[in-house]
Unconditional design. Structure first.
Length: 538
């Protein structure tokens, strides 16, 4: 790093350091603390015990891939921290531009050119105004007798009129282009919603981290492989459908079974919120039910205390900020029709049985009827929530999202490259090495047998030797139990993208590890992730 900094420091050029973690190399402290020494006319700064020339135009920029980095107070005091985290609205605009660049490139190019023209004309107009003020301020004697000034004023007036006309024309064209661009917004909006679903899954498990670049690859594939259509409206629907399916399949295979329904519910609720059919309060009602209610006046002896609190919370909630509570009369209806409601609640499968008093009303609400039904089942029969959730997912998306999915290892291989590893997230009793060997046997490049290293203490050297050999020969390497060598995993991005040697295109690396909260983010965001779990039941 010292040699890389020498020339920019001397010439006053900016330097960008990417992907820093919570800490920064101490070598940069003299720069961050501005320990600049003046000797005669020269400015010097000491980096790693070496004096280097310093130019005041030098700038240092650092970026981090961490969503919520915990920088030390000392580092925060030495730097200016700017939050560049993408927002849903900002990402939607980016995806819209990306989509239109692929679908109607001329439209996007025209808009970009218009933006440049508008900016240029605004600057030109500002220059004319500046010239006018300068002339008036420096005029000598009577303004009416200064013929040269009057000519300049007339010229500026004519040019300003021309520029204003160009600005009006450009803004009219911009409005027209934006109207056409808006036709594609539903697909971009769906993409932004799905990305934030993916991001929030990292709160469930750190190993679910996915980079924006990986998501953009899915977004592009959703556009390229969606069904073509003559009408823009139909084309947008096809893109949105294909994009949703691809993101779901890609993320789903990297989730443990216990978290898959969570991801699907998150997708459905965020889609409905974006469509203004649900609110965040509605989702909170589903998640918390009666947890925040304190009511000890239970009127049904056969009902548990928890169910009673859920019932009271549900009867007070206004779905989608409606003026009236959907289940406002629910306690009274249960009291008047006690036996029917008790029978429904005690059913083996209440989610598949018509709801007393409310079935027609729920079915009639095409927007959020399925969600209202899910909230009712969750409140009255919490043990059937997961099954009711699948019905909700089927209603919002399609039946495809409720069926079991089998991901074949050959399909995973198609998504890999020499610098894109496959990362297996292990659970007790699962071992994917047999499947990798089977694929290696079938491979046309005859990769069998694969090189294998079980990571642990002092295994980094043999692992590195095997990787170097495989990179040159185009072989496959399997690194097992990599959660035992986190420091080596942190180097994997640099290892797989060497600057000093050519990597054989047939080289592949397969990594297995158990979930670990300190697993390197860089590897998580570059790998194709897949979970392996032993079969349950017979």
């Amino acid at each position: 790093m010292k040699d890389a900094l020498k020339w920019p420091l001397q010439e006053g050029f900016p330097v960008l350091i990417e992907s820093i973690e919570n800490e920064v190399d101490p070598m940069l402290d003299p720069i961050l603390e501005k320990q600049i020494i003046k000797k005669g006319r020269n400015l010097l700064i000491k980096i790693a015990d070496q004096d280097m020339d310093y130019d005041n135009n030098f700038r240092l920029y650092m970026t981090s891939r961490l969503a919520n980095p915990h920088f030390s107070p000392e580092l925060a005091a030495k730097t200016t921290i700017i939050d560049f985290t993408v927002t849903q609205g900002g990402l939607e605009q980016q995806l819209l531009a990306r989509l239109i660049s692929k679908e109607q490139k001329i439209l996007e190019d025209t808009l970009n050119q218009l933006q440049e023209d508008i900016t240029f004309n605004i600057k030109t107009l500002a220059n004319y105004e500046e010239q006018l003020l300068d002339r008036l301020a420096n005029a000598q004697g009577s303004l009416l007798d200064d013929t040269e000034l009057i000519e300049v004023l007339n010229t500026i007036k004519v040019k300003s009129k021309e520029v204003n006309e160009k600005l009006i024309e450009a803004n009219e064209k911009k409005v027209e282009i934006n109207e056409k661009r808006e036709l594609f917004r539903p697909a971009a909006a769906r993409g932004a919603v799905l990305y934030f679903c993916v991001v929030e899954m990292t709160l469930v498990n750190w190993m679910y981290n996915t980079s924006l670049s990986q998501f953009l690859g899915l977004f592009d594939a959703g556009i390229d492989f969606s069904v073509k259509a003559q009408l823009v409206k139909e084309r947008v629907i096809n893109i949105r459908t294909e994009l949703t399916r691809r993101v779901y399949r890609y993320i789903n295979r990297g989730l443990f079974e216990r978290d898959k329904t969570t991801f699907k519910i998150m997708m459905c609720t965020k889609i409905l919120i974006k469509d203004n059919k649900l609110t965040s309060a509605d989702v909170s009602q589903f998640l918390k039910a009666g947890a925040g209610i304190d009511d000890r006046n239970k009127i049904f002896l056969w009902m548990t205390d928890k169910t009673w609190l859920n019932l009271k919370a549900l009867s007070k909630h206004k779905f989608n900020n409606d003026h009236t509570c959907f289940f406002k009369e629910l306690p009274d209806r249960i009291q008047r029709n006690d036996q029917v409601w008790r029978s429904w609640i005690e059913e083996n499968e209440p989610e598949n049985v018509p709801v007393p008093d409310y079935e027609e009303k729920i079915s009639a609400d095409a927007n959020i009827g399925a969600f209202i039904h899910l909230c009712l089942v969750r409140s009255m029969r919490e043990d059937r929530t997961m099954l009711a959730a699948n019905m909700f997912v089927k209603d919002v998306l399609t039946e495809e999202y409720t069926k079991p999915i089998t991901d074949f290892i050959a399909d995973l291989y198609e998504e890999t490259a020499a610098n894109i590893p496959v990362l297996y997230l292990l659970s007790p009793g699962a071992d994917p090495t047999g499947s990798i060997d089977d694929l290696a046997k079938k491979s046309q490049h005859k990769q069998f047998p694969t090189g294998k290293v079980s990571m642990g203490e002092e295994q980094e050297i043999p692992a590195m030797a095997m990787i170097n050999q495989a990179m040159a020969a185009g072989k496959w390497v399997v690194l097992n139990n990599c959660h035992l060598s986190l420091e080596f995993m942190a180097q994997m991005e640099d290892i797989l993208n060497p600057k000093d040697k050519v990597v054989h295109p047939d080289f592949r690396i397969w990594i297995t590890c158990e979930p670990h909260k300190e697993f390197p983010l860089s590897l998580l965001q570059m790998a194709v992730k897949v979970t392996t779990e032993p079969p349950k039941g017979i």
